[in-house]
Ligand binder design. Sequence first.
Ligand code: GRF
Length: 224
Amino acid sequence: MSTKLRLGVLLSGSGTNLQALIGAIGTGRLDAEIVVVISNVADAYGLTRASAAGIPTVVVDHHAFPSRPDFDAQLVEHLRNHGAELVVLAGFMRLVTATLLGAFPARVLNIHPALLPAFPGLHAERQALAHGVTITGVTVHFVDEETDHGPILVQAAVPVRPDDTEDTLHARTQAQEHRIYPLAVQLIAEGRVRIDGRRVVVTDARIDPERALINPAPERAEDT
Ligand code: GRF
């Protein structure tokens, strides 16, 4: 068996984040292997992307199960059958339960299109526009039993434009998702990530403490 980190990806939709992971593996930026892609939606385009990349796919229709834990138990079985070590939620539109989290303790990641803890839940970009923030972003975090709540691994900030619509803002947040999800998984693949309560500690993290995103940007060079 290869020594690469074995990923099980769960999705419900288009799968552009899956595509970003596939791309990063292809170019060697992510030292991992996607061993299975599981969807609760039979015609999710992410499954087509997975098949095109030669990745095994499984459909588990949540309607077929009497409870969320029963559904999760089926997910766990498929993930284990394929030898997944890290579970990567990539647009998976189901709440996961202790059944999945207990089977993969501190080994379930999610990506959310806002700077958590701001704007959890659905339509994060719509929430950000409605609130009037000038900076929003993207968060990769470990999953716990509360929605969009677990310890935060990587965030990217995205400036909001005055003329943004939900769609234009979504396009720019997604572009950052596609950058930071592979980065976050690679940190785990390198064994550099430890969870300490709510905080995630990354060994030898590159941090530029002088750098800030200011929006609207300062007009004078000396203020930037
Ligand atoms: C992403 O915006 C992610 O933040 C959210 O679901 C969306 C999935 O997009 N959790 P895609 O299917 O990867 O394109």
